[in-house]
Ligand binder design. Structure first.
Ligand SMILES: [Zn+2]
Length: 278
């Protein structure tokens, strides 16, 4: 009897030991499974930031301006940063610095987005331009990039062509160049050289009659672009009315410039950021 009990006790101890082992193994298994699941689990997509920000926040992020500046959301279409702005001024009085390095900032525009030969644009503004063109297409409007970045050599060629076109026998070369410069920028004074501007579809007055122009009038600012040369601002910009030429400034800045009815030069004066004449 006592022998049996001893044996039974030994059996019980063995069973207890085996059960314990099994428990530990199961626990390890469960923990390992949990760890693997955690590691392989896809992170939940982050909810896009709400476009409705509190008035306090939006006041902080709105472009610099007077007291009457409305609040603008910090996020534009496709999650684009609406406060990102580029106010770099290039005009007849503000030529590009000779050492201006533009090529490092350029990328190639995909073939399907353009209808001209030239195909380079500033890499930081391309997401904005692409989103704009995609939105136009979604609305059935066939917007294409005609002429974006232009090298100094191309500008020079275009300018000389224009000088030859306007020069009459009684004109000096300087006079002809002056006249030509209202239509084609002198080399070094073109916004096209910065990669921040582009002509769409055609550099032609007929553009104003197209649905592309009508669409841009409504939506260009939503993507950070302004029609850079309005006819009634020629005195200030030094350039004739160009319905086809759009310049990136930034979403909220473009909205503000349009709201104020200003050209870029006037806006820079307005916010006290006009660079000195060079
Ligand atoms: Zn242009």
């Amino acid at each position: 009897m006592s022998r049996k009990t001893a044996r039974q006790k030994a059996m019980m101890r063995r069973n207890l030991f085996l059960t314990g082992c099994a428990c530990v193994l199961i626990l390890i298994g469960v923990l390992a499974g949990f760890a693997v699941k955690k590691l392989t689990e896809k992170p939940k997509p982050e909810k896009p930031a709400e476009t409705t920000v509190s008035s306090d926040q939006s006041e902080q992020t709105a472009p610099v301006s007077g007291d009457d500046t409305p609040s603008y959301p910090a996020e534009g279409p496709n999650g684009l940063d609406a406060n990102y702005r580029v106010l770099f001024l290039v005009n007849g009085k503000h030529p590009l610095p000779e050492n201006y390095e533009y090529e490092k900032d350029l990328i190639t525009i995909p073939q399907e987005y353009k209808n001209g030969q030239l195909d380079q644009i500033n890499k930081d503004i391309w997401p904005y331009m692409k989103a704009m063109i995609d939105a136009a297409w979604a609305d059935g409007v066939k917007l294409y990039v005609w002429s974006p970045y232009r090298s100094y050599a191309i500008q020079n060629m275009l300018f000389q062509k224009q000088v030859n076109r306007v020069k009459t026998a009684d004109m000096t070369t300087e006079q002809a160049e002056e006249l030509a410069s209202t239509v084609v920028a002198r080399p070094g004074t073109s916004e096209h050289h910065t990669g921040l501007a582009a002509d769409f579809n055609m550099a032609d007055d007929r553009f104003e009659q197209t649905e592309m122009f009508a669409w841009l009038q409504k939506h260009a600012a939503d993507y950070g672009f302004i029609m850079r040369y309005a006819g009634d601002k020629q005195e200030i910009t030094g350039v004739i009315h160009e319905s086809w030429h759009y310049r990136f400034v930034g979403i909220n800045t473009a909205k503000e410039i349009n709201r104020l009815g200003m050209c870029l030069e006037e806006y820079l004066e307005h916010i006290g950021e006009m660079p000195a004449d060079s």
